[in-house]
Design a protein around this ligand. Structure first.
Ligand code: GUN
Length: 279
């Protein structure tokens, strides 16, 4: 069994990003810039946003943090996005989700200019991925594809089973695996017999957000297991996969933490550089 070391690969990608920004600086060019908007005080979101900010700082990307109170009105948030869309020194815009209940996530996400939508959450960018016409790729699925590629894991012709159908992970993950030639099944909370599907998987992506959902009797011998889960169990971070037992059957597996999470953040940096280059 081989551990898919997302932390190590993300560090390599960050080094590459730092080289790119150093070269731009040496040429006297403008620094790439990511604007991050956080509304409210959700503790998990505060950590995610702080990590993203630190990643930018350490790789030479300018980080513009906008921290707004939880009772910010929709008009004020949309006005801020308007000003960031119009700002020529801003390359990427990210509004951290979830938003406070009174704000419409769909409306806010769609308000970000498609050319600055480094999360790739907008209908336009999702449509481009669906049609295979380029554009930004959403960071978590893109990070997983990069990790599989790094370890030489073939996707074409493989049975790929995605557990979870969220807009952020499950759906775009299925699209990228399909584009790479995988035979893709998407399972979710209404799937009648989850284990029937997961046992067929050569590549199993667990993105349901439920601790220990995937047990070893649900996994095929030699499967590649990617765990997107970020759950808390007795205060400890754990994924969707019962790690120890499943790892014993897997050919490759991602740890939590240190697997998918760092890759998501690395892809955000890459998307910001792409936004800068296309600017
Ligand atoms: N909330 C959880 N994951 C993400 C992400 O990748 N981007 C944003 N904007 N919000 C999130």
């Amino acid at each position: 069994m081989t551990i898919l070391d997302g932390k190590a690969l993300a560090a390599k990608i960050k080094e590459q990003t730092a080289k790119t920004t150093a070269k731009l600086a040496a040429e006297g060019k403008r620094q790439p810039c990511l604007a991050v908007v956080l509304v409210g005080e959700d503790p998990a979101s505060q950590i995610y946003v702080r990590n993203k900010h630190n990643d930018c700082v350490t790789t030479g990307i300018k980080s513009l943090m906008h921290t707004l109170p939880a009772d910010t009105s929709e008009v004020d948030l949309l006005n801020l996005i308007d000003s960031l869309n119009a700002d020529d020194t801003v390359d990427g815009i990210l509004v951290q989700l979830p938003l406070p209940k009174h704000l419409d996530e769909k409306k806010v996400t769609e308000h970000i200019s498609a050319s600055k939508d480094v999360d790739a959450f907008s209908a336009y960018n999702v449509g481009k991925i669906t049609l295979g016409r380029g554009g930004f790729k959403p960071c978590t699925p893109a990070g997983i594809m990069r990790l599989l590629e790094e370890y030489g894991i073939e996707i074409a012709g493989k049975e790929c089973v995605v557990v979870g159908r969220s807009n952020i992970v499950g759906k775009p993950m299925a699209l990228l695996l399909l584009a790479a030639g995988g035979t893709v099944t998407v399972c979710h909370t209404k799937t009648a017999d989850l284990a029937y599907h997961t046992r067929r998987a050569d590549i199993l992506i667990a993105a349901a957000g439920r601790a220990d959902l995937i047990k070893d009797d649900m996994v095929k011998e030699g499967a590649v297991i990617v765990d997107v889960g970020m759950n808390r169990k007795d205060g400890k971070l754990c994924g969707d996969v019962d790690y120890e037992k499943c790892a014993a059957k897997a050919s490759y597996i991602t740890p939590v933490p240190g697997g998918v999470g760092p890759m998501t953040r690395a892809m955000l940096l890459e998307n910001t550089i792409t936004a800068y280059e296309n600017h």
